[in-house]
Design a protein. Structure first.
Length: 84
């Protein structure tokens, strides 16, 4: 059985360009709806470019953090036409 971390990475890898999920949505899909903070911690430690953790945002619509910096997250999401 895959670990929670492996489930999170699999879900985030499947988010298409130009779309996002919230930390809570990822946690729910991974089997633990109350683990949105854990999802954030897992993604903060991710350095694999095949896992687009910048496509995960807060439930209130704010972007949240990104281990390469918020400016970089904004830049990438604009390039993917999620942000204008």
């Amino acid at each position: 059985m895959p670990s929670f971390t492996e489930k999170v990475y699999k879900i985030v890898r499947q988010i298409p360009p130009g779309q996002v999920l919230t930390y809570k949505q990822v946690a729910t899909k991974a089997g633990n709806p109350k683990a949105s903070r854990a999802v954030g911690n897992i993604l903060h430690k991710n350095h694999n470019p095949k896992i687009p953790c910048y496509r995960v945002i807060r439930s209130n619509g704010q972007l949240g953090g990104y281990n390469k910096g918020t400016k970089k997250k904004i830049q990438i999401l604009k390039k993917e036409n999620y942000l204008k």
